[in-house]
Design a binder for this molecule. Structure first.
Ligand code: MLT
Length: 250
């Protein structure tokens, strides 16, 4: 029977435990969602970096018309960068055909943590069903939640739970404790949506406002990003790390 493991934070799971298995990195607010938007909008690829300085150094190797520098620190645009981390900034007119050199506080760190995996795929509400279709035949899937500032963030857990629920609905999967618990959280969200007559997108957007990652974004005026990131299946793409090339692409 295939197995699904959910890890609440990178530090709860050793890098070697992710070696040679498929890993879904979830940074719901917002790195995973933004990567999906960028690639769905026709960006050539997204190169993840842990550090800002590494992006600035790498940018020097390119003709600047070919690349865009994107990401955030403290949720805000990084000085000298072209784009922040709002998914809706990554539109075809801005990113089509471009390589995005990308760094975020937690998301690109989580990608780095999974670098020994056989597959590293970015997961978010916006590509949920596409992810499930892509991974259903894997014998083992690990879900790595990025967290916020080193702490567990419920925005990631909800999407991990939605994945666990979707896998369980499509076949017999063994779910670890984290997968069972997050599935429970997701099912509570679904129950609330029904009770209040809201769509799942609307309920998710509402609940994201109460999460640590969501509160940070509200404080700096990125309310709209919560709505965009909660649009389930709005970007049905599967960004996967090409380990040889060091970039995320479709
Ligand atoms: C991160 O990687 O920490 C996030 O994507 C944070 C953000 O979007 O502000």
């Amino acid at each position: 029977m295939p197995s699904l493991y959910v890890h609440y934070l990178p530090q709860f799971c050793a890098e070697h435990d992710l070696a040679d298995v498929a890993v879904v990195v979830i940074d719901q607010l917002r790195a995973s969602s933004t990567v999906c938007h960028a690639l769905a909008a026709g960006a050539k690829d997204v190169v993840p970096f842990v550090e800002v300085d590494a992006v600035l150094a790498a940018a020097g190797d390119y003709d600047r018309s070919q690349v865009l520098l994107g990401g955030e620190r403290g949720g805000e645009l990084i000085p000298g960068f072209d784009l922040g981390n709002s998914p809706s900034d990554y539109t075809p007119d801005v990113v089509f055909g471009k390589r995005i050199l990308f760094t975020t506080t937690n998301g690109t760190r989580a990608i780095n943590h999974a670098r020994l995996a056989s597959r590293v795929i970015m997961g978010s509400a916006v590509n949920l069903s596409a992810l499930v279709d892509e991974l259903l035949d894997e014998p083992v899937v690990h879900v790595l939640c990025a967290g916020t500032g080193g702490h567990v963030s419920r925005d990631d857990l909800l999407i991990a739970g939605a994945l666990a629920d979707a896998f369980a609905a499509r076949g017999e999967w063994t779910l670890n404790e984290g997968a069972q618990a997050t599935r429970g959280e997701w099912n509570e969200l679904v129950t609330s949506a029904k009770a209040y007559g809201r769509s799942l997108d609307a309920q998710l957007a509402l609940e994201l406002r109460e999460t640590p990652g969501g509160k940070n974004l509200l404080e700096i005026g990125h309310d709209e990003d919560l709505v965009v990131c909660a649009m389930i299946d709005s970007k049905p793409v599967v960004p996967e790390l090409d380990r040889g090339a060091g970039c995320l692409r479709l």
